[in-house]
Design a protein around this ligand. Structure first.
Ligand code: SAM
Length: 213
């Protein structure tokens, strides 16, 4: 949470954590500098899965499979999860983790650039988790909308960029200006799309939740 680290620490201190294998995978991923969803984001996703019971989940940005395994663990037994990753170093680690921990064989990993893979998908998903390159969200949006069923949820992570998104573009380092501009464009797009009802939440690094109307 961006506003107050102490509030975030307090909220996280109440969390019971995940299954031990997930806590171990989280520790290992962080030690290896793999960016994975934060504690409060994990808790929020667990809540949404238990509330909505999605059957067909799509994740954009798998890394080494932590969030896919979290979703596999806390979704219904007949839920299927398709996840996308393009970074060659992370793909074999994700496969290894799925072989080891995806006991109910819920997860399918699609290897390659999400821009190409999304364009070729035709399934109907009731829950899409966007957690890839932040500057690409705006490009992925039309395909995510097409792939989402009416009543389905699009959940986008890291939308507040540690607070940078609210700053003027001149207060952001030159290196981050394109991402800053694209994320603002993305947030404007999901908040003004007549086919979506979206809410932006100060959870984790900022999450946007969009319902397809
Ligand atoms: N969801 C994961 C978790 O919490 O365990 C973390 C995902 S990490 C924040 C983002 C991942 O998206 C990185 O591993 C990166 O390689 C991948 N990625 C970024 N852009 C991508 C793209 N265009 N296509 C496929 N994967 C992409």
């Amino acid at each position: 949470m961006i506003s107050d680290e102490r509030i975030s620490t307090f909220i996280n201190s109440l969390d019971q954590g995940n299954e031990p294998f997930l806590d171990e995978l989280e520790r290992k991923s962080l030690a290896d500098d793999v960016p994975i969803i934060r504690k409060d984001t994990q808790s929020f996703i667990r809540f949404l899965l238990r509330q909505n019971h999605p059957k067909n989940i799509l994740e954009v940005g798998c890394a080494v499979g932590f969030s896919a395994l979290l979703m596999a663990t806390y979704s219904d037994l007949d839920t299927k999860i398709t996840t996308i990753e393009k970074f060659e170093k992370r793909i074999p680690v994700a496969h290894e983790n799925f072989d080891k921990y995806d006991v109910n064989k819920k997860i399918t990993l699609l290897e390659g650039d999400a821009a190409d893979i999304l364009a070729g998908l035709s399934g109907q998903y009731d829950f899409i988790f966007m957690d890839a390159a932040k500057g690409q969200y705006i490009n992925f949006l039309p395909d995510c909308k097409r792939l989402l069923v009416k009543g389905g949820l699009l959940l986008s992570d890291n939308v507040l960029q540690d607070g940078d998104v609210m700053e003027s573009r001149f207060a952001v380092t030159r290196r981050n200006r394109t991402i800053h501009e694209r994320m603002r464009e993305y947030l404007f797009a999901i908040k003004h799309d007549p086919e979506l009802e979206s809410v932006i939440l100060n959870v984790g690094d900022g999450m946007a939740m969009s319902l397809k109307l």
